[in-house]
Design a protein around this ligand. Structure first.
Ligand code: FMN
Length: 209
């Protein structure tokens, strides 16, 4: 069997998971990338690992197994490895306010923050699925800073026009929209105009408004 040429393979993506609630978004990102055949480099912080256990009942090692290459947050040497790959970019999902603040202010204290800085430095796409509520002025200013530096801020806000049937569909829709930014095909995502019937109000319901 002929091995595929290097240039035929999709570029790897860096997926970082930090300790905000919503670790399922990072897990589904890894699973949908795997399904699409995209190589995955995972950086998982200690707080992400704890949150995986608290929120999903999964073991962090099972989530790590969804990636091709895994780094810990303390694995600062991993930057040399990461920078030796022509990655398509990086997704931080979920992104805590601590990690957002560090990225916004160029604090490169762990591998998530270093890889995000490298992604911005090299003009690659950086998506931050930030999660906090309510958002303070400090959080909002940090989001503005990263957006000005070239990152895309994508809070997990559900799109109800997609008429999700359950939480899984809602999560997949959010993840799918992130992957759209890397032109990764998402056959499972329902889009506007897709076959699912849209809500048709009865005539009397329209008249009441
Ligand atoms: C169950 C749980 C949920 C959390 N949710 C959030 C959150 O939604 N947003 C946030 O900014 N921090 C959240 N935190 C706090 C972060 O985990 C904490 O700030 C941590 O230091 C983040 O570190 P990291 O970004 O290096 O993973 C949560 C912590 C726990 C234990």
């Amino acid at each position: 069997m002929r091995a595929g040429r290097l240039e035929d393979r999709p570029s790897p993506l860096i997926v970082a998971m930090t300790g905000a609630t919503g670790v399922i978004f990072g897990i589904r990102t890894l699973e949908l990338l795997r399904d699409a055949g995209v190589p995955r480099h995972l950086i998982m912080t200690e707080w992400a690992a704890r949150t995986i256990v608290a929120e999903t009942g999964r073991r962090p090692q099972d989530v790590r197994a969804l990636a091709d290459i895994v780094y810990g947050e303390e694995d600062v040497d991993g930057l040399a490895a990461i920078s030796s790959f022509a990655t398509a970019g990086m997704i931080v999902a979920p992104c805590s306010m601590k990690s957002l603040a560090a990225i916004a202010h160029g604090v490169s204290d762990n591998l998530v923050q270093l890889a995000a800085a490298l992604t911005l430095d090299t003009g690659r796409r950086l998506l931050l699925l930030v999660r906090e509520s309510p958002l303070s002025v400090i959080h909002l200013e940090n989001m503005l800073r990263v957006a000005r530096a070239g990152a895309m801020v994508v809070p997990p806000v559900p799109a109800f026009y997609a008429r999700p049937r359950d939480l899984d569909e809602m999560i997949d829709h959010t993840v799918g929209r992130m992957l759209d930014h890397f032109a990764i095909p998402q056959p499972r995502i329902h889009r506007w105009g897709d076959k699912r019937p849209t809500f048709q109000p009865a005539a009397h319901e329209l008249e009441e408004h």
